[in-house]
Design a protein around this ligand. Structure first.
Ligand code: C5P
Length: 418
């Protein structure tokens, strides 16, 4: 929650129409406790006045490299040094070109040349300017020097045309900015997650499902991404936005989820690029034995009887496939156990039936825990039989702690759980 508190951000604003949208970025950063100093190019002040930047940021605007009122005239060096992060938004074609060539003719570019810490660029421009080989080669040069990029996104542009060139949203810039500052212990690691409910169709209108919102799984995906992992997220029907940067595979039924997970497992265990599998999805254990092509009529004699058939159990199948990975990287497999009472006993029984490295247990009948709520109280059952009980936390915090625990397991050698 407190991530942004006391973080010092220097926001470099280039001269594009998207300069107006950076006002929301400043507001959001400030709301979350960060301090924002705005450095604008001369062109930026044609779109938004220094007074506006000053009023929104609550700090003096910086625009003049030769401001005689500044002590020692070293504003560019001080700004470059003191910021936790420099965000350039909008990063115009002109700013990117100047940075790629090391030009330092104004305060913004001089500050960027003096900067040694992390820099995030959020470009915005006309789509032809963005795709021009000159801009693209500048982006390649800057990426090679460690500048992070965020966007631009596709959509309708200020020039009235459609294409790639829109400034990323405030939420996306904030998320990528956060990842620039978070430690990245999972760089090079790949996580596969399942999340949300599945839907098992009865007829074209009705289905069997459950209350899973997908929030726990999405929070784990988010935490893994923030720690630098690559994330594949197979999810059932949910109403929440996907975490930025995850490769999402939306599915509907348990059988689709099973097929998607097995395809990733087979491909990525074969080339040793799968490190952890976290199965948070509330997969329907059963599906209607038949899916009727027509809506079932009220008057049917069979009303009240739905014949069911077992769905494939993804966790069980992965636990069986693990020992077959001879001489290969063995991914950690983590299951979830949503119970209503007797949670630990039931989880122990589950662990012996579907051996995995860890089961994350929650009693969904407990207040503040389980489906649809923002918090969760979980107990971890390790395959070593060790039990860890965590206090009530937000799902975001549970996700973060769980990812930290997986990170530490990954740094020690481990074996199949059989
Ligand atoms: O046995 P139970 O359904 O309670 O096990 C829960 C765990 O197994 C969860 O991790 C869930 O994602 C996974 N599961 C699965 N495939 C199923 C049913 C459950 O992967 N068909």
């Amino acid at each position: 929650m407190d991530f942004w508190r006391n973080k010092e951000i220097v926001l470099v604003v280039g001269g594009g129409i998207a300069a107006c949208r950076t006002l929301d970025l400043i507001r959001r950063l400030k709301e979350l406790g960060a301090g924002v100093s705005v450095v604008g190019t001369e062109a930026a002040t044609r779109f938004v006045t220094p007074l506006t930047f000053q009023a929104i940021s609550g700090r003096p605007f910086h625009g003049d490299l030769f401001d005689p009122t500044l002590e020692g005239g070293m504003d560019h060096i001080r700004l470059a040094r003191e910021a936790h992060l420099v965000i350039i938004a909008p990063a115009t074609a002109d700013l990117l070109a100047k940075m790629a060539h090391g030009l330092a003719g104004d305060l913004a570019t001089a500050m960027l040349l003096a900067r040694t810490g992390p820099v995030l660029a959020a470009p915005a421009m006309n789509h032809a300017m963005w795709s021009h080989p000159a801009t693209q080669s500048n982006v390649t040069v800057l990426t090679g020097r460690g500048i992070q990029f965020c966007g631009p996104e596709a959509g309708s542009l200020a020039c009235g045309e459609e294409g790639v060139g829109r400034l990323a949203t405030v939420e996306t810039i904030m998320e990528v900015a956060r990842r620039c500052l978070e430690p990245q212990p999972l760089t090079g690691r790949h996580f596969l997650l399942t999340a949300g409910p599945t839907r098992e169709e009865l007829d074209p209108v009705r289905y069997l499902s459950n209350h899973s919102s997908g929030r726990m799984g999405f929070a784990i995906a988010q935490a893994a991404l923030r720690a630098g992992a690559r994330v594949t997220l197979v999810h059932g029907p949910v109403a929440i936005p996907s975490p930025y940067g995850a490769k999402t595979i939306p599915v509907t039924s348990a059988r689709e989820m099973h097929a998607a997970v097995m395809a990733v497992w087979d491909r990525d265990t074969a080339n040793d690029t799968l490190d952890a599998v976290v199965l948070t999805a509330a997969v329907a254990d059963f599906r209607p034995a038949r899916r009727e092509a027509e809506k079932i009529k009220k008057s049917l004699d069979s009303a009240g009887h739905i014949e069911l058939q077992a769905n494939p159990d993804i966790l069980l199948e992965l636990s069986q496939r693990q020992p077959t990975l001879k001489n290969r990287n063995i991914p950690l497999v983590i299951g979830f156990a949503a119970e209503t009472g007797m949670a630990l006993e039931r989880a122990r029984e589950k662990m012996s039936r579907k051996p995995c490295h860890m089961l994350v247990i929650n009693d969904v009948s407990e207040e503040g825990s389980g489906f649809g709520v923002a918090t969760n109280r979980v107990t971890l059952l390790h395959h070593t039989h060790e039990v860890e009980t965590w206090p009530l936390m937000t799902k975001e915090e549970v996700g973060k702690r769980l990812v930290a625990s997986i990170t530490s397991s990954l740094s020690h050698p481990f074996h199949p759980v059989h």
